[in-house]
Design a protein around this ligand. Structure first.
Ligand code: FAD
Length: 484
């Protein structure tokens, strides 16, 4: 038996989830089909988290349009969804006359794109405002409306709000065949489930070219382009106050140093084409490149502060621009593909644009019950002692700290599970348990205990991120209470 929808969105990254949420503004039966067990398992979990101002994309492109529109509405959407967004501004720093000319080009391009507040600042201004930066910096382009956010928490928030407003997300549904009859797409999963939808939207990230081909739609190619990063421990005082970029090259926006919304420092990414679309490994060579280039800007950078490394894969299309369009030949099939940077920044504007396109096609009525607001989980680490005491009175589990590094309580972990987390990474991304200095060394067994108890599954069934990523391979011993 197949399930029938007005619209199915393939892929539960930030783009798919933004579109899904925007679609819930209309009276439509909608779902998302995601091959993994959670949202934000692709590029949306591993990027710089920068909300770009919009001086970088070439004018007239979709990237330029959606970047600037996305930046303009980003704060409001984060506000509705209770997601952190800090408009800290950014600097592109120049070391010589050639680079100063590039700043001038970026300034003019940004103004043509409609970016407000851009200014070229002198060396004196830069060093007065960012005293830890290299004395060799000659000037910088200042963009006051750039910001930082948490990309996976944003994706989770979009997902939760979409569900609240009536959407469905079907996890573990790997789209592997698409057929079409007169009215419906017939979408089959690898395990032979079937979904029918009148409109099909392709937000499959690095796999979007394969999905487009499966549907018999436009032929384009997506090249996986990896970026590697360091995350530094939370310092007492941040070494930079803004996002610090170097001048862009043909390889992209270059290596940046930035505070994160959680108070860490993020350094990266480099840019390297890789053979596999799933190759999120890190390499010594790539990380050394990141470190050396970042040290040119911030000489005090030290590897002693590094707490973890990771990489993300950009979905770089051979069209050199976002592909956001209904297919010319396959009616009702919409590609939202090649969404590399500034895709996170553009996500809210893309969501609105695509949902309007769909509602026009289906002549959909407004959902008068749509509620744009979603509340985040109450965080122990964010409350005053008085507020903590009050919360503990209401729920003693708020006083049981599971992750010591990030001060995450048992209450928060249970709440994350209630909201859809089923894996260790799902808990980590929603609560930060395991994201601190010890990287889960202390809290992992305790998180697994809670997952096992709340989901009523054996601990050997718990995975890091679904599929076969089991953490325990076999049961060697358990006490009389079933504790391994
Ligand atoms: C290193 C790096 C740095 C970046 N920095 C920034 C930045 O600072 N600012 C910014 O604005 N943007 C940035 N970006 C871009 C941004 O991360 C992306 O544009 C955005 O995350 C893309 O979201 P998405 O939903 O299209 O893709 P994804 O998040 O990759 O989601 C695609 C989803 O499709 C699913 N899927 C794939 N195939 C199938 C299938 N057959 N069936 C079902 N599901 C499937 C995947 O599992 C995945 O969940 C960066 C990207 C990278 C990699």
């Amino acid at each position: 038996m197949s399930r029938i929808y007005d619209v199915a969105v393939i892929g539960a990254g930030v783009i798919g989830m933004s579109i899904l949420r925007e679609l819930t503004r209309y009276r439509l039966k909608i779902c998302s089909l995601e091959k993994m067990e959670d949202v934000a398992e692709g590029a949306s979990k591993a990027n710089s988290g920068i909300v770009h101002a919009g001086y970088d994309p070439i004018e007239g492109t979709k990237k330029a349009r959606f970047n600037v529109e996305g930046n303009n509405i980003f704060a409001d959407v984060c506000n509705e969804l209770d997601v952190e967004y800090k408009m800290i501004g950014s600097l592109v720093v120049a070391f010589d006359d050639y680079e100063i000319n590039v700043l001038e080009e970026l300034l003019q391009r940004g103004r043509r794109n409609g970016v407000k507040g851009l200014e070229i600042k002198s060396q004196e201004w830069v060093l007065a405002n960012e005293p830890n930066l290299s004395r060799n910096i000659k000037a910088a382009l200042f963009a006051p409306y750039s910001g930082i956010t948490n990309p996976y928490k944003l994706t989770v928030a979009l997902f939760e709000n979409a569900i609240q407003n009536g959407a469905e997300v079907i996890f573990g549904f790997e789209v592997c065949r698409i057929e079409k009859d007169d009215d419906f797409f017939i979408v089959r999963s690898a395990d032979d489930r079937v979904v029918r939808a009148r409109i099909l939207i392709n937000c499959a990230g690095v796999y979007a070219d394969e999905i487009s081909r499966m549907a018999g739609a436009r032929n384009f190619k997506i090249y996986p382009r990896r970026g590697q990063y360091y995350i530094l421990d939370k310092p007492k005082k941040l070494p930079v106050n803004r996002v610090i970029f170097q001048v862009p090259t043909e390889k992209g926006k270059g290596i940046l140093v930035t505070p994160t919304v959680d108070g860490n420092v993020l350094v990266g990414p480099n840019s390297e084409y890789v053979d596999s679309k799933d190759d999120t490994s890190t390499t010594q060579e790539g990380l050394d490149e990141v470190f050396e280039k970042a040290r040119k800007v911030l000489p005090s950078l030290s590897k002693r502060d590094v707490i973890t490394i990771f990489s993300g894969i950009r979905a770089t299309p051979d069209t050199h621009d976002f592909i956001i369009e209904e297919d010319e030949d396959v009616k009702n099939f919409i590609n939202v593909a090649g969404i590399e940077s500034p895709g996170l920044t553009s996500s809210m504007a893309i969501g609105k644009y695509v949902a309007e396109l769909v509602s026009d096609k289906l002549n959909a009525k407004r959902n008068l019950d749509f509620n744009p607001y979603r509340e985040d989980i109450k965080r122990f680490s964010k409350l005053s002692n008085k507020e903590r005491e009050e919360m503990i009175k209401l729920n003693p589990r708020f006083g049981n700290i599971v992750c010591r590094c990030e001060l995450v309580s048992e209450y928060e972990i249970i709440e994350a599970i209630k909201r859809g987390a089923t894996t260790v990474d799902g808990i980590k991304r929603r609560t930060r348990a395991g994201m601190g200095r010890c990287q889960g060394g202390f809290c992992l067994p305790r998180v697994m205990d809670i997952l096992s108890r709340e989901l009523k599954i054996d601990k050997t069934q718990i995975t890091k991120f679904g599929k076969n990523s089991y953490i325990l391979t076999e049961k060697r011993w358990e006490d009389k209470n079933g504790k391994i």
